[in-house]
Design a protein around this ligand. Structure first.
Ligand code: SAM
Length: 279
């Protein structure tokens, strides 16, 4: 008999396990294995296997909307955005669940001489010493839409902890109606499937990130194959900023979602999964 659930993180881990029967969820055990297999064959024609940065990220950097500082690439995969940011003078940390992805990213960094600190693990359960912030920029290209609904709370708590006042979140995720599941949150738990990723409407993104200021929310632009940039129209390209005044007033990212205590009071437990060595 198991009566060990005591913390929010214990509960979220229980909920994660609802989705592990689906090969392809993000979650810790199966998720890591899924992504390892996903990245094992680098020759597959997966759009984001190209070593090119997101067009929206490059545009924001070029326009000076995002200035060089400390950056985190969250769910970095083979590191294309992390490498780009390092080349543009950012001090970059990059984290991913999959050791196979991190190995590939490290190889790419060695080839280009990019200086990136790669971390392998679950971004929500890494310790504060491992993932400390504050980051002036958090880039998430394609990680958020693989999370089950309860992990949005973990996500907002992570932003609350590591995103600097005036820092930016650059997010790309599936456009509902074009790509990704359109099941309601409650149905996802009944079905126990994330169906390969969740579609989001612009309204749902505005609601989830309503403690951040919206700088830009548009469809990603299609980039031709010869372009030095990555762009596909089935993704939203969003840029949010953490309002410095709100941060000083104690309004945490996710405080509306988490109640009066704010997202910042939620503490993660000890690391539930380190990256194990892959064969
Ligand atoms: C669609 S891929 C995108 C990879 C990369 N951002 C890119 O665009 O090239 C999503 C990535 O998120 C990672 N991921 C999912 N959940 C994660 C978590 N909890 N912590 C760290 N990485 C995670 C997966 O391992 C996968 O590499």
């Amino acid at each position: 008999m198991d009566r060990t659930t005591r913390t929010v993180e214990d509960l979220f881990t229980l909920l994660d396990e609802l989705f592990t029967r689906e090969y392809g969820t993000w979650s810790i055990g199966d998720g890591e294995d899924f992504w390892n297999v996903f990245y094992a064959d680098r020759s597959r024609p997966v759009p984001f296997f190209v070593a090119k940065p997101d067009e929206n990220l490059a545009a924001a950097v070029d326009r000076g909307v995002i200035a060089p500082g400390r950056a985190l690439d969250l769910g970095c995969g083979p590191g294309r955005n992390a490498l780009y940011l390092a080349s543009r003078g950012f001090e970059v940390d990059a984290v991913d669940l999959s050791p196979v992805a991190i190995d590939w990213a490290r190889e790419r960094a060695a080839e280009t001489g990019a200086d990136v600190r790669f971390l392998c693990g679950n971004a929500f359960t890494l310790t504060e010493a491992e993932l400390s912030g504050p980051y002036d920029l958090i880039v998430d290209s394609g990680c958020f839409h693989h999370l089950p609904p309860h992990r949005r709370v973990s996500y907002l708590a992570l932003l609350d902890r590591v995103l600097a006042p005036d820092g930016h979140l650059a997010l790309t995720c599936f456009v509902a109606g074009v790509m990704g599941s359109e099941l309601d949150d409650a149905e996802l738990y009944r079905e126990r499937q994330l169906q390969g990723g969740l579609g989001y409407t612009s309204e749902s993104l505005r609601w989830i990130f309503s403690d951040l200021a919206e700088v830009e929310l548009r469809r990603m632009r299609q980039e031709p194959s010869e372009s030095p940039l990555f762009g596909v129209t089935f993704l939203w390209a969003a840029l949010f900023r953490r309002d410095a005044a709100a941060a000083v007033d104690g309004v945490g990212v996710g405080s509306r979602a988490a109640g009066a205590d704010g997202g910042g009071v939620m503490r993660t437990g000890p690391a539930a999964s380190g990256c194990r060595a892959h064969p």
